[in-house]
Design a protein around this ligand. Structure first.
Ligand code: HEM
Length: 459
């Protein structure tokens, strides 16, 4: 009932039955892990009741396990989300052959629709310009950009998945956004259940409410899939859902991972993984612009010099190294996923004298990389210039070692899209607006909620 099983990396003293449960407050989790690393080293174990969670810090260790041992460390641990709600399907929480099959399909399909290519930027720019129009309507009055930005970023994903964007006032779309927000909020509330699925049977965890929200989101997505199915024309494949339907007709009744459930869950996960992340990074960028008006001036001067008021395109990125450097520094500070998404070894694995048992929750501390003083001197200083070399180009070791999208086989599937969005949204924004705080004396602070810690609240 007590203690850490032998062979696991060291860690704090465990209490009977609960282990280290309650040791870390979610709101202080980032700092708590920095402290634990000082005490126990780069690899340590936290016991949540009888379950070990291994935390790995440091660029070299992360690279070794996620890249060189990628074959072992590309699975996900079993949680309520992927085991019970998603029944092992989807992209983010699935493992094994299904995940490989579906990840390859998603990447190939999204590439066909322009992922990582220039043509996707037209779709993104349409959305950016709609956003600018909305903002212009506000006529320089102070406003909170959160909802409008979320809507805009969601719409980019809608175009890729559904082949259409929605108007800001569209009731159906507003309903989707409300559901997606609920999905985010309730995901965290159910966290102890996430690690111990059996707890879902206890009414205090409100699991039925969570299930209902999943059902509502899935019903919305199913409605859109049904519409696509009715109008399906295999010679006219325009979006992710069409491509999935085509794959279903090709594969027929054969044993296949291309089920309706898989399609719904993948679509749901694209929204969940692709909206909040990008839109929150953009909001961090705006906050840093408020706090660093000098950088706002530099970026606007550079953009003016290179493209003036012309529409920004990805080919301008190389000519605007200051914008790229600014975005990288924002991502480093925003530190959106400090522990990435948990991985699990597919077999017992020996590393640095320790044994990490098969299926152990393994967290990779991207935070330890972002704040490593050997890679980023004076890591807590906001200094985009660190990414610029002597000739003013944005390149070098620091850029290479910045891994906000993680690394290895499970690297963020949306990285090319997110990078395009960040560059195009921010450049256009800077072309059109000067941003400042409503009241400079009570300027907004840098306090943030590390949302991804919520799913490991029980630490
Ligand atoms: C600034 C924006 C973003 C950041 C910082 C980010 C970060 C991440 C991270 C850290 C992971 C976990 C990688 C791991 O398991 O080691 C991840 C996974 C994922 N992301 Fe992103 N992401 C962003 C935007 C997006 C977008 C726009 C999309 C979709 C269009 C997306 C789709 C996904 C998917 C599907 C996965 C799961 C991949 C897998 O398990 O194979 N992300 N992301």
């Amino acid at each position: 009932l007590t203690g850490r099983p032998r062979g696991l990396p060291p860690g704090p003293t465990c209490y009977p039955i609960i282990g280290n449960f309650g040791l870390i407050k979610p709101s202080e989790a980032v700092q708590a892990h920095r402290n634990l690393r000082k005490k126990y080293g780069d690899i340590y174990t936290i016991m949540i009741f009888h379950k070990p969670m291994v935390i790995v810090h440091g660029y070299d260790n992360i690279r070794e396990l996620l890249v060189h041992q990628g074959d072992v460390f590309s699975e996900r641990p079993i949680t309520i989300g992927n085991a019970v709600l998603n029944k092992g399907k989807g992209l983010v929480g699935s493992s094994g052959a299904l995940w490989k099959d579906q990840r390859t399909f998603a990447l190939t399909t999204l590439r066909k629709f322009g992922f990582g290519k220039r043509c996707l930027q037209t779709q993104i720019m349409d959305e950016v310009d709609c956003l600018m129009e909305e903002l212009e309507k506000l006529e320089n009055k102070p406003f909170d950009i959160q909802n409008i930005l979320n809507t805009s970023v969601s719409n980019v994903i809608c175009s890729l998945l559904f082949g259409k964007r929605f108007g800001y006032e569209d009731a159906k779309f507003k309903h989707l956004i409300v559901l997606l927000n609920k999905l985010f909020l309730t995901g965290s509330a159910s966290s102890p259940v996430s690690i111990f699925p059996v707890l879902r049977f206890l009414p205090i965890f409100n699991f039925n409410t969570v299930k209902k929200i999943f059902r509502d989101v899935d019903a919305f997505i199913k409605g859109i899939i049904d519409g696509h199915r009715q109008n399906f024309d295999k010679s006219n494949i325009n979006d992710f859902i069409d491509a999935f339907l085509l794959e279903q007709t090709r594969k027929g009744e054969r044993d296949t991972t291309f089920t309706d459930d898989q399609m719904i869950i993948s679509v749901r996960e694209f929204f969940a993984a692709g909206t909040e992340t990008t839109s929150t990074t953009l909001r961090w960028a705006l906050l840093f612009l408020i706090h660093h008006p000098d950088w706002q001036t530099i970026l606007q001067r550079d953009i003016d010099g290179v493209i003036g008021q012309c529409q920004p395109k990805m080919e301008h990125k190389d000519q605007l190294p200051s914008v790229e450097a600014f975005i990288l520094e924002v991502q480093r500070h925003a530190n959106l996923t400090p522990l990435a998404v948990p991985h699990a070894p597919k077999e017992d694995f020996h590393f640095k004298g320790y044994m990490i048992p098969k299926r152990t929750f393994t967290f990779f501390s991207l935070d330890s990389v972002m704040t490593d003083p050997n890679i980023f001197p004076e890591p807590f200083k906001f200094a985009p210039e660190r990414f610029l070399n002597e000739s003013g180009k944005c390149s070098g070791e620091q850029k290479e070692k910045l891994i906000p999208f993680s690394t290895g086989r499970r690297i963020c599937l949306g990285e090319p899209l997110a990078k395009m969005e960040l560059f195009l949204f921010l450049t256009r924004f800077l072309q059109k607006f000067r941003i400042r705080s409503e009241n400079p004396r009570t300027s907004s602070t840098f306090g943030g909620n590390a949302g991804t810690y919520e799913h490991i609240k029980t630490f």
